[in-house]
Design a protein around this ligand. Structure first.
Ligand code: HEC
Ligand code: HEC
Ligand code: HEC
Ligand code: HEC
Length: 228
């Protein structure tokens, strides 16, 4: 009887120990656990999130050697645009099977790379999410259809003259709408050589570069005079 009493006492003590240990273990776990729901309330500023879009390639960009024979210059870059900021035209043939909405353009334009038959590096698109590419980009089919008019091109901002002091970070001379994804245009072998960044690995470009507010004038709501 005495032995049975001692054994059941030990069983009871053991069970109590397990219960207490388990309770304190669960308590400790809860303190160390940061719930995901709370984290999702920390939103990034949506219009700035594009700055980090190609950040996983930043270190690759830093180590890609310069292919001097196939560089683009800013003049080549502007030549393919009706005006500064206009969607560039498609300088290569477009296969009839490359339809709106499928991902065929992105096969090349998502990550770039050298294309033997065009003898050029593919410019990386800053906006792979706008899959209907041909909505805005059209092939160059003709040079004769359009008659010259009095349309004046908007001059592109100057490059190399945007810093207050010699080694201070230059301001961003262009607007950032459709240009949030800095590394798409400023890094890699297809970036025009004048604007290829020496420091792609810094990733958070907007930490040091601020927009030049001269270009970002607020356009007020348009009201027709006799419409009131
Ligand atoms: C086989 C790979 C490949 C495919 C597929 C492809 N492109 Fe390209 N694209 C290139 C290359 C390479 C260049 C650069 C050509 C040059 O500089 O002469 C280019 C240039 C462009 C440019 C000019 C960019 C600039 O900065 O001037 C546009 C716009 C473009 N492509 C749109 C498209 C669209 C839209 C599609 C789908 C209908 C498409 N591309 C499919 C390889 C490709
Ligand atoms: C809503 C219109 C629109 C759609 C859709 C669109 N683009 Fe663009 N794209 C633009 C504009 C505008 C620019 C010029 C941006 C600028 O200079 O600020 C541009 C620039 C580019 C550039 C040149 C980037 C550089 O180096 O300057 C490439 C390449 C490109 N687009 C490819 C594509 C591809 C591929 C698709 C489809 C996946 C696509 N675009 C869909 C409007 C569009
Ligand atoms: C669509 C391509 C494109 C994107 C995306 C883009 N830029 Fe640019 N950037 C240019 C071009 C082209 C120039 C040359 C001036 C011009 O045409 O606006 C330039 C000029 C600059 C300059 C001035 C360089 C100098 O030496 O004076 C800075 C700084 C700059 N960009 C920063 C940025 C930052 C930061 C981002 C991301 C928020 C960004 N850019 C996104 C194309 C782009
Ligand atoms: C820590 C601050 C800092 C960050 C982050 C930064 N830059 Fe810069 N950037 C500078 C400074 C400083 C200069 C001027 C360098 C000089 O004059 O030697 C510069 C120069 C430039 C230029 C002119 C060409 C050149 O390389 O000198 C461009 C374009 C540019 N930055 C784009 C970018 C882009 C795109 C990013 C994001 C990948 C970025 N910067 C991130 C500080 C920064």
């Amino acid at each position: 009887m005495k032995r049975l009493g001692i054994i059941s006492l030990f069983v009871l003590l053991f069970a109590a120990f397990i219960a207490v240990w388990n309770y304190s273990y669960q308590q400790g776990k809860e303190e160390a656990y940061i719930s995901l729901e709370e984290e999702t309330t920390l939103y990034a500023i949506p219009s700035e999130s594009g700055v980090f879009k190609r950040s996983e390639h930043a270190l690759d960009y830093a180590t890609i050697p310069t292919d001097f024979a196939h560089q683009r210059s800013l003049d080549d870059y502007y030549d393919n645009r009706a005006y500064h900021g206009a969607p560039p035209s498609i300088p290569h043939p477009v296969d009839e099977h490359q339809n709106a909405g499928d991902n065929s353009c992105l096969k090349c334009h998502d990550n770039g790379g050298f294309v033997e038959k065009y003898n050029a590096y593919t410019p990386v698109t800053p906006h792979p999410e706008l899959v209907n590419c041909m909505q805005c980009h059209v092939a160059q089919n003709t040079n004769t259809l359009f008659k010259p008019g009095n349309f004046a091109k908007v001059n592109a901002p100057e490059v190399g003259n945007n810093n207050a002091l010699l080694t201070s970070p230059p301001v961003i001379p262009h607007q950032t709408q459709l240009r949030e994804n800095c590394l798409a245009c400023h890094a890699g072998p297809s970036a025009p050589r004048e604007i290829r960044v020496t420091h792609p690995e810094r990733v958070n470009c907007r930490q040091c570069h601020v927009p030049d507010t001269k270009e970002l004038i607020e356009i007020n709501a348009f009201t027709r005079k006799n419409n009131e």
